[in-house]
Design a protein around this ligand. Structure first.
Ligand SMILES: [Zn+2]
Length: 80
């Protein structure tokens, strides 16, 4: 079963979302990284939050990362 929902969030809702995912402290303490480029994530640089396995992952505002996030959200259909 898949539950790979990707949430793009607005800053305003971000805090609420992060708290609900219990990662707000981790983010504000700069202990989380972008899933793709490994940049340290902070409240300002998060562009998306998504579950991956048992963990909550983050995507930074980097364009390349956003693209890779989109790729990840697609079932692979052979495009490259
Ligand atoms: Zn990134």
């Amino acid at each position: 079963m898949r539950s790979n929902q990707i949430k793009a969030v607005h800053q305003r809702d971000l805090k609420k979302l992060l708290k609900s995912l219990k990662v707000y402290d981790a983010v504000t303490n700069h202990t989380r990284n972008c899933f793709f480029c490994n940049e340290i994530i902070c409240e300002r640089t998060i562009s998306a939050v998504f579950p991956y396995g048992d963990t909550v992952c983050f995507c930074c505002e980097n364009h390349q990362c956003s693209r890779r996030l989109l790729d990840l959200s697609k079932e692979d259909d052979g495009g490259g």
